[in-house]
Design a protein around this ligand. Structure first.
Ligand code: CTP
Ligand code: MG
Length: 230
């Protein structure tokens, strides 16, 4: 049986959303966004470990939120995050159970991830070492220079928006984080660190459902979805 360690980074402050409450603790239909996200993974048979990353002042809050989950075979821990998302993951990696074959990283603020996407990422990561979900971009994307002038228009058919969960064989992710640390590299996702090792990352087609709650409009959408209006 494959054993999966899942890291959920929840230590951000939510600057772009602009609310006092950090995003993972905002409630949708009486449950926090973080709990909705955990609900999507807790029944996955491969799950052996769950590491939730929280800022120092929210560790106790997260501990009480996860206490209602009842899977005695899953080792659940709350660990402290860092200034940037990459620092939060880097710290969580120190606590990954060495018996896990795969490590998955999923944003606390993507509560609508679909089970089939998770399953396909697990199976592709087992087969190839690295798998991430994504969707083709819907808008035309342009590269701009410093003066806000268009430099080029990349062919849209090869552009994809990447989401989480990003799933890797454990040692590949450890090597990628070591390599990034030595090179002083900061990426906007975990896959970019793995790509820097020269490892091929497989992309699983996902859907718009798995959006990240980032701006107020995303929160509105999430409220409508949880309320069954969408
Ligand atoms: N995150 C984290 N540690 C950080 C920064 C972010 O664990 N130092 C987490 C967030 O809590 C979130 C996920 O990484 O679940 C994705 O990050 P993002 O959507 O950017 O959230 P925030 O960083 O909180 O938001 P913003 O960038 O608008 O401040
Ligand atoms: Mg952020």
């Amino acid at each position: 049986m494959i054993r999966l360690s899942l890291i959920i980074p929840a230590a951000g402050s939510g600057v772009r959303l602009g609310m006092k409450t950090p995003k993972p603790f905002i409630e949708l239909g009486g449950r926090t966004i973080l709990q909705h996200t955990i609900d999507k993974f807790i029944d996955i048979p491969e799950l052996g470990q769950l590491l939730i990353v929280a800022s120092a002042q929210n560790i106790d809050r997260v501990k009480s939120l996860v206490s209602d989950h009842d899977r005695s075979d899953v080792d659940i821990s709350v660990v402290e995050g860092g200034d940037e998302r990459q620092d939060s993951i880097s710290n969580a990696l120190k606590f990954v159970d060495k018996r896990c074959d795969l490590v998955a990283i999923h944003d606390a603020v993507r509560p609508f991830i679909e089970k089939n996407v998770v399953e396909e990422c697990i199976s592709k990561a087992m087969k190839y070492g690295a798998a991430i979900p994504g969707i083709p971009v819907k808008d035309t994307v342009k590269v701009l220079n410093d003066e806000q002038l268009v430099e080029s228009t990349p062919d849209r058919s090869s552009l994809w928006q990447i989401q989480t969960p990003q799933i890797f064989k454990r040692q590949i992710l450890f090597d990628a984080y070591d390599h990034a640390k030595n090179a002083g590299f900061t990426g906007t996702d975990d896959s970019s660190l793995v790509e820097n090792l020269g490892i091929k990352v497989h992309v699983v087609k996902s859907s718009y459902e798995n959006f990240k709650i980032t701006y107020p409009i995303d929160l509105k959408l999430a409220e409508l979805k949880v309320g069954g209006e969408l």
